[in-house]
Design a protein around this ligand. Structure first.
Ligand code: FAD
Length: 465
């Protein structure tokens, strides 16, 4: 055997959960080691949030260049050099992952490349191709994330691809089938539709983008249809046949079996937590039926010195949730009374238009018997929005009737992903509709929409009857 290396805190996985936890634990005086078997930054930076947003931006630039005739801009011979788009996307990823490496180093966090496996509640083995090393720890944070679910009828291959495959296509496909209309499928479907691909989305449920309000998803569906995307709901994807240069996907809808041909089929039907190859059973860490790790409000597992954060625990699989939990776990390990509170956690979908939600929706508030005053304001009544030639959408501010306290917000429209932050702050800081209405928002900005919605909630809006 090797000589064990002793540390205070080990973090397994360097995604947005793990690297943030490691930095915070180091700031609080711990001797920290991060173990990562792949790339620093995890799914989010390498094959998730960041590359997808880069492609979304590139596709928008192309689409805008081609379709701005209505405001008097006509461009001819607009072309895409997709390998250049991909190189640019990779350069964005590299900047950020390089930044993470620098931050870890600057905080004196030791980075170890390899795959971690539990020996007991104070020991792991880290293996790479060549060697194995034992580490002992006082505390450990599991931040191993998740991976795409593979359907037995859609085995991943060159043309049956997961989200990573869809981010790294060698060319813009002529036709693409997307199985699963969740936010990943809808975002990537939008990317390729904007690049001119003929996209078909097959969704098993009644609607795409479950989790967002119908009024919001209706706007996304309308715009997808305008881009020529075919959306089939209540569609059961049954199987795929690979041809020389494409796929034929079979699905059932309305009791009828249908076939659709494409260059690729992207399967995004959910993600599975990476909890099965860690040796959790060696330590007796409790899992839910779905294989997620059970934790308390400090992200502590049933083993008191082992914590878990991010996609391996319950809750929406989002990068900012993982980072938030990473800070809480690192603080808990350092003896601070930090606990998670998910009320002000936003969820964003980067479709056209963008969708964003935080805190209570109308429906949730009603279900909990909270009396609410809702302020709804359309983007079409906002000057900046019209000047952007992008005025489809609305903002809804949910306030508590008795005192005007802001408890939630939903936005569908351009800039929703950034605008949601103000409502998140309002919830977190206990701000009222009156506070927002009295805050001077610069003119002309999309931010004024939030101020106007607050005035609607209070009953005296200026720019709407
Ligand atoms: P991960 O990011 O999955 O990182 C886990 C790390 O652990 C990986 O690097 C892995 O290699 C490593 N690891 C696993 N097992 C071991 C082991 N045994 N030993 C050592 N290392 C190990 N979220 C958003 O909030 N906004 C978005 O816009 C968004 N877009 C997305 C788009 C796509 C296409 C995808 C796929 C995801 C997107 N997400 C988005 C989700 C987001 O990427 C995840 O929620 C987030 O990455 C989870 O962070 P994590 O730290 O829990 O795990």
């Amino acid at each position: 055997g090797d000589f064990p290396i002793e540390t205070d805190t080990i973090v397994v996985g360097a995604g947005p959960g793990g690297y943030v936890a490691a930095i915070r634990a180091a700031q609080l005086g711990q001797k920290v080691t991060v173990v990562e078997k792949g790339e620093l930054g995890g799914v989010c930076l390498n094959v998730g949030c960041i590359p997808s947003k880069a492609l979304i931006n590139a596709a928008h630039k192309y689409e805008n260049a081609k379709h701005s005739d209505d405001i008097g801009i006509t461009a001819e011979n607009v072309t895409v050099d997709f390998s250049k788009v991909q190189k640019w996307k990779e350069s964005v990823v590299k900047k950020l992952t390089g930044g993470v490496a620098g931050l870890l180093k600057g905080n004196k966090v030791e980075v170890v490349k390899g795959e971690a496996y539990f020996v007991d509640a104070n020991t792991i083995r880290v293996m790479d191709e060549k060697s194995a090393q034992t580490y002992t720890f006082k505390n450990l944070i599991i931040a191993t994330g998740s991976r795409p679910i593979e359907l037995p009828t859609f085995k991943f291959s060159k043309r049956v691809i997961d989200s990573t495959g869809a981010l790294n296509l060698p060319e813009i496909p002529e036709k693409l089938v997307v199985v699963g209309g969740g936010y990943i499928g809808s975002e990537l479907g939008t990317v390729y539709a904007n690049f001119g691909t003929e996209v078909t989305i097959l969704e098993g449920a009644e609607d795409i983008l479950s989790g967002f309000e119908k009024q919001m998803t209706a706007l996304v569906k309308k715009s997808l249809k305008k881009k020529g995307v075919k959306i089939v709901t209540k569609a059961m994807a049954k199987g795929v046949e690979e041809t020389d240069n494409g796929v034929i996907v079979t699905y059932e809808a309305n009791g009828k079996e249908e076939k659709v041909e494409a260059d690729y089929v992207l399967v995004t039907v959910g993600r599975r937590p990476n909890t099965d190859e860690l040796g959790l059973e060696q330590v007796g860490i409790e899992l839910t039926e779905r294989g997620l790790i059970k934790v308390d409000k400090q992200c502590r597992t049933n083993i008191s010195n082992i914590y878990a954060i991010g996609d391996v625990i319950e809750g929406p699989p989002l990068a900012h949730k993982a980072s938030y939990e990473g800070k809480v776990a690192a603080e808990a390990i350092s003896g601070h009374p930090s606990e998670v509170d998910y009320l002000a956690i936003p969820a964003v979908c980067f479709t056209d238009p963008e969708l964003a939600t935080v805190g209570y929706s109308e429906e949730q508030a009603k279900a909990e018997g909270i009396e609410i005053a809702v302020g709804k304001f359309p983007f079409a009544a906002n000057g900046r929005s019209l000047a952007l030639n992008n005025s489809e959408g609305f903002l809804k501010l949910i306030t508590r009737k008795e005192d005007g306290l802001v408890i939630g917000g939903q936005i569908a429209g351009p800039g929703a992903s950034d605008m949601i932050a103000e409502i998140g702050l309002a919830i977190e800081a206990g701000v009222t509709a009156e506070d927002i209405a009295m805050t001077i928002h610069a003119h002309p900005t999309l931010g004024e929409i939030t101020m106007e919605a607050a005035e609607v909630a209070l009953g005296s809006p200026i720019h709407i009857i």
